[in-house]
Design a protein around this ligand. Structure first.
Ligand SMILES: *[C@@H]1O[C@H](CO)[C@@H](O)[C@H](O)[C@H]1NC(C)=O
Ligand SMILES: *[C@@H]1O[C@H](CO)[C@@H](O)[C@H](O)[C@H]1NC(C)=O
Ligand SMILES: *[C@@H]1O[C@H](CO)[C@@H](O)[C@H](O)[C@H]1NC(C)=O
Ligand SMILES: *[C@@H]1O[C@H](CO)[C@@H](O)[C@H](O)[C@H]1NC(C)=O
Ligand SMILES: *[C@@H]1O[C@H](CO)[C@@H](O)[C@H](O)[C@H]1NC(C)=O
Ligand SMILES: *[C@@H]1O[C@H](CO)[C@@H](O)[C@H](O)[C@H]1NC(C)=O
Ligand SMILES: *[C@@H]1O[C@H](CO)[C@@H](O)[C@H](O)[C@H]1NC(C)=O
Length: 503
């Protein structure tokens, strides 16, 4: 009895001291994390509930920091993946119960909203459908739009005048432009609650299926995945009408698909057989190579419960802070292979009872006794892509934009074979390097396009590569990615971003 009374007092005290902020169990590294979690309505009657993390900036007052609205891709993968495995402030330790600090988190000078989209992913759910396994491009855009409106209009009105940016990765290369087009149009019609839409960021985005797929063959050929003789055979057997050289062949003609996003070779053709080993191909284990980072290796098969492995053993023994202390922001050190086991540690953590208790989950989600998963695979497996090219959505954003200036940053890790950098950089002009570490280390290249729309709004598109990063840029190159994003967010409208500026 006494004990109960005592806990009750503590509870009151905590509420009084920390307001509505969530205390993440197992976090002893960051004392004053200002994290809120909850649900947004993704449809009008509120039966579709989209879960979110809202993280306030560390080094700026919340009202002075811009807001990033973030989406992971999939389709069907949770944006909490970005929080715990990419640019969030805390990563999950190997055993899945404690957290350690990521010193290069993007939240230092930005507020970040992580949306678990679409409904059916992570803790997001549909009150009228216990097993959401279907989603599509237009439906997702609408859910995201409704959720963002609900965020500004109802749930977090204090953000209604914030400068905000939409940002997304991978298949988010579809979500980001489609949502941005709806937002720009709604602002133009004076219907959107917040007019301060400043820009769009896409990381390793899947924005044009044809280019992504065709350039993958070129990427492979130019990364030593074929011999000169075999490449000559490709040049001979894969030539398509109108193509002057191999760089403009349309390899798509030798591929087939069931979902309009993943393509397999048609091995009835000679060209199909020749290019099969050159297509990026995802596998669940680590046989072959890491689809998301061509030069990355995992040291062991972490799915073997009793595997003995030097890295695994070292991680078990490493004191919690020991791991983050091993990070060297000026090196290419791979953080004790975090990317190899993070997808196992993160679900372990998010499925702990005490963690789920701390996150303010709806009892309706809890009563279903579901597990939180990194990706909703039935959604992915049944997905059929509708919009294979994002150009019309960019056109709509640019035509409808009414603010003073709108910036786009398209960044790509240059060794990703899921969404390779050639596809996203095809349409722009001159390449220039950008630098990290006080101008000492070349961090990648960028190209810039500048213009204005008929309403006089300035428009710019920067296309940048991040040297040595794979699909998940902030995971592979945390320091450079944080510097790049920070410079993008804080560039003045009249002065475009200088990605080389140290933080
Ligand atoms: C709520 O809206 C959805 C469409 O988003 C609709 O299918 C459903 O029937 C509605 N439910 C209620 C209770 O109005
Ligand atoms: C949910 O739907 C998927 C695909 O339609 C099916 O495979 C699965 O068994 C269903 N799960 C439940 C709990 O009904
Ligand atoms: C072509 O692919 C099918 C399906 O993957 C496979 O069963 C068949 O053996 C392949 N044929 C050749 C000639 O490689
Ligand atoms: C890893 O372990 C799983 C489960 O035992 C197994 O299915 C898979 O083939 C293994 N992969 C490798 C590369 O050994
Ligand atoms: C792992 O455990 C299984 C069953 O307990 C055993 O058969 C196997 O030899 C063990 N593997 C290693 C590498 O210890
Ligand atoms: C928005 O863009 C579309 C497509 O480019 C265009 O047809 C429409 O007129 C624009 N609407 C406004 C309000 O500018
Ligand atoms: C960008 O910043 C770097 C580092 O401070 C500086 O050396 C360079 O001159 C700047 N470039 C431009 C175009 O201002």
């Amino acid at each position: 009895m006494v004990f109960q009374y005592y806990s009750f007092c503590i509870l009151i005290f905590l509420n009084f001291t920390f307001g509505d902020y969530v205390q993440l169990p197992g976090n002893t590294d960051i004392k004053d994390l200002k994290l809120q979690t909850g649900y947004l309505n993704a449809n009008e009657n509120g039966t579709q509930r989209m879960f979110y993390f809202l993280l306030e900036a560390r080094d700026l007052p919340v009202d002075e920091a811009p807001l990033i609205i973030w989406f992971n891709g999939g389709p069907g993968c949770s944006s909490l993946g970005a929080f715990f495995e990419e640019f969030g402030p805390l990563y999950v330790n190997f055993e899945g119960t404690t957290l350690f600090e990521n010193p290069h988190s993007w939240y230092h000078k930005a507020n970040i909203l992580f949306l678990e989209s679409p409904i059916g992913v992570g803790f997001s759910y549909d009150a009228e459908d216990a097993n959401v396994t279907k989603a599509d491009d237009d439906g997702i855009a609408l859910q995201n739009f409704n959720a963002v409106v609900d965020f500004f209009e109802r749930k977090h009105q204090s953000f209604i005048n914030h400068n905000f940016f939409i940002a997304a990765e991978s298949y988010g290369g579809v979500y980001g432009p489609m949502l941005s087009a709806l937002v720009a149009e709604s602002i133009a019609k004076k219907e959107f609650p917040n007019n301060n839409f400043k820009g769009l960021m896409i990381g390793n985005g899947f924005m044009n299926v044809k280019l992504s797929t065709n350039t993958m063959i070129l990427w492979s050929a130019y990364h030593a995945r074929t011999s000169p003789d075999e490449w000559d055979a490709v040049k001979k057997h894969c030539k398509t009408p109108g193509a002057s050289d191999v760089d403009s062949y349309d390899f798509m003609q030798f591929l087939k698909t069931t979902n309009k996003m993943d393509y397999q070779v048609d091995n009835k053709t000679e060209c199909g057989r020749l290019i099969e080993p050159l297509l990026g191909q995802y596998t669940d284990d680590w046989i072959g190579y890491d689809f998301f980072n061509y030069y990355h290796d995992c040291y062991t098969n972490f799915s073997l419960s009793n595997a003995t492995d030097p890295v695994k053993e070292a991680l078990k023994l490493a004191p919690r802070r020991g791991i983050s202390a091993l990070w060297n922001k000026y090196s290419t050190d791979d953080k004790m292979s975090y990317s190899c086991w993070a997808d196992v540690a993160t679900p372990k953590y998010l499925n702990l009872e005490e963690v789920q208790k701390a996150l303010n989950l709806d009892s309706e989600w809890l009563e279903r006794k579901e597990k939180w998963k990194v990706c909703n695979m039935p959604i992915y497996d049944q997905y059929v892509m509708t919009h294979q090219d994002m150009t019309p959505f960019f056109t709509k954003i640019f035509n409808n934009y009414t603010g003073p200036a709108f910036r786009v940053l398209i960044y790509n890790g240059d060794i990703d074979t899921a969404c390779n950098y050639l596809a996203d950089g095809y349409f722009t002009v001159k390449y220039q390097p950008w630098f990290y570490s006080d101008m000492k280390v070349m961090a990648g290249f960028y190209m810039r396009y500048e213009g204005a729309n008929e309403l006089g709004s300035k428009l710019s598109i920067d296309v940048a590569t991040v040297k040595g990063a794979g699909h998940f840029v902030p995971l592979d190159r945390p320091g450079p990615s944080y510097q790049m994003v920070n410079n993008f967010l804080f560039a003045q409208p009249e002065k475009l971003a200088n990605y080389s500026l140290p933080i």
